[in-house]
Structure formats: C-alpha cells, structure tokens
Design a protein around this ligand. Structure first.
Ligand code: G3H
Ligand code: 13P
Ligand code: ZN
Length: 308
C-alpha cells in the first residue's frame, strides 16, 4: 500500500475505540522493528520522525526507507508523520520529502499565535491530502498537590480546544493532560487528568493524541540497569492508565522512550556479555528484535493488534 495520511488510520481507530502507536525512528533498525511488530500483530502503524530525526538521517533518507519497507508489505496501512514540527520550514521539509502527515507544535505560543501558525499549515496540507496535528497546553508532568490555577496554566483548556479545532480545521489534537516526554514522567502516582480529556473529546469529536505516553517497561529498565545503565527511578504511563486514556478518546499513542530504553538495554547486554564482538550486526540485530517485542506488547495494549 502506498503511504496514507494519519487521519485515515485514526478515523478508523476512533470509530472502533482503539489507538494506534506512533513510533519514532531515526534509523533503519527501529523502522524494521516497527514493521516486524506490525506484521506479527496485524496492526496499522504511524512512523514518526522529529526534526532531530530529519537532521540526523535526512528527511529524504527517512522517506525512502519508509517507502521501501512499506512497498514490500502492502497489507499494512502506514503513515509517515512529522513529530513536533516547530515551524513552517520544518513542515515544508517533511512535505517535500514525501511525509503524509505533520504535527505543527506551536503550543508554547499564546493561543492566537498557535492558531495562526496552525491555520497556515492546514491551508498548505489540506489540498495535498496531508493530515495535520496540533497541540494545546504544555507537556509538563503535573504533581498531585499543585493548585487548580497551576493545572489550568499548563493543561489543555477544553473550551479553548473546541474553538481551536473549529477555527483551524486540524485533523487530530494533542491535549496536554499531565504527561511529559522522556523517562521521568511522575514522581508519585501516575495520574492523568481524565476529566479534561473526556471534555475535550466530547466537545471536539476528533481523534486525540497522547504525547509522552511511554510506559518505561520494567523488564527493559531492569536490563538497562543490570548492564551498567542508570535510569534513576524513571517512571512512565502504566498500561492500565493508557487503556483508560484510550477509553476516553485517545487514538494515537506516541512512543519513543520505550524503544530507546529497550534498544540500548539489549545493546548494553550484548556489549557486556560478548566482549570480543566486533560485528555491529551481532549487537544491533538482537537489540532490534527486543524493540519488536516491546512494540508488540504495546500494540496489544492499545488495541491495534488484529485490525488489518
Ligand atoms: O517527542 C519527542 C520525540 O521523543 C523525539 O525526540 O526530538 O529527540 O528526536 P527528538
Ligand atoms: P515518550 O518520551 O513518552 O516516548 O513520548 C514520545 C512522544 O511524545 C513523541 O512525540
Ligand atoms: Zn511528543
């Protein structure tokens, strides 16, 4: 199948009450791991590449790898999505390379400015059939004991969300509900603001995205530390919390950190246990397979398994 827009994948997920993983890549090994998992689980996939990924590998290289592997597996619906595009120039680089979906992340600007930039991106993408994601609120973990005013300052405002969605014409929205990027999301209990999430879904009626959704899986984290790493008590979004978020309207679950931890945990293991190894394939191959396992487990939790 040729690459399709994320909107097509998410509309189906929304209609049928499940979520699809958006998995970040920077190289061939992670991409192969995602495809192996999708084939085994019969799951649609969203391949995410950040500006950092475009800088590291080249936007054209990323597109070519994704196109090549998706052409070889025509049964799997695949979108290639720009993750956290920060300006028009990044969006144009992705579009020119062949991406089928973009996120414009102007969430750090005041509402009106965020809306203005997002509208410009929608105007460019809509005629090309490229889907657009935007974000409202800030991705900062929220402690249990912060005041209502502090929560309001950081998390999505559901009333603003409806205005933003109807004025911008975006296809899906990332509302900040208490997650953050990376391995350290919560000091205490992992808690998200589901009341806000429910309201945003009710008012906007479009697919919603959970950023910072990695779970920091226990086995991979243990392996990472067993072989000399230090995750300093990292804590992610537990599977039961993810499932609840999906029940209330999340259809795209962004996952990067879990792949990074699991890949490097297995690399650490190989390097520590096979000290004479000089063939990188013997190190990266098993790490790639381990990432596949982690993604398969996630696809089952998200409910995207068996959806082809
Ligand atoms: O949300 C950000 C993703 O994890 C990509 O991270 O900007 O380091 O490529 P990056
Ligand atoms: P994690 O850091 O939790 O994997 O989140 C990734 C993400 O949101 C990419 O946009
Ligand atoms: Zn993100």
């Amino acid at each position: 199948m040729s690459l399709i827009s994320t909107k097509i994948i998410l509309d189906n997920a929304d209609k049928n009450g499940y979520a699809v993983g958006a998995f970040n890549i920077n190289d061939m090994e992670f991409l192969q791991a995602i495809f192996s998992a999708a084939l085994a689980e019969k799951s649609p996939i969203i391949i995410a590449a950040s500006e950092g990924a475009m800088k590291y590998a080249g936007a054209g290289m990323i597109y070519s790898m994704v196109k090549t592997i998706s052409d070889a597996h025509p049964d799997i619906p695949v979108a290639l999505h720009l993750d956290h595009g920060s300006n028009l120039s990044a969006v144009m680089t992705a579009i020119r390379a062949g991406f089928t979906s973009v996120m414009i992340d102007a969430s750090h600007f005041p509402f009106e400015e965020n809306l203005k930039i997002t509208k410009q991106v929608v105007n460019i993408c809509r005629p090309l059939g490229i889907s657009v994601e935007a974000e409202l609120g800030r991705l900062k973990g929220i402690e249990d004991n912060v005041s209502v005013a502090e929560r309001d300052a950081v998390l999505v405002n559901p009333e603003e969300a409806i205005d933003f969605v109807s004025a911008s014409g975006i296809d899906f929205l990332a509302p900040a509900i208490g997650t953050s990027h990376g391995a350290f999301k919560f000091k205490g209990e992992a808690k998200l603001d589901f009341e806000r999430l429910k309201k945003v879904k009710e008012l906007t009626g479009i697919p919603l995205v959970l950023h910072g959704a990695s779970s920091v899986p226990e086995a991979a984290s243990k392996k990472f530390e067993e072989f000399g790493g230090d995750l300093k008590g990292a804590k992610g979004v537990p599977f039961d919390v993810l499932k609840e978020a999906i029940k209330y309207g999340i259809n795209k679950v962004n996952t990067d950190t879990d792949l990074r931890i699991s890949f490097l945990a297995r690399v650490r293991e190989s390097i520590a246990t096979d000290k004479t190894q000089i063939d990188p394939r013997k190190i990266f191959g098993p790490a790639r397979d381990y990432v596949t396992e982690i993604i398969r487990e996630r696809m089952k939790i998200l409910g995207s398994s068996g959806r082809l």
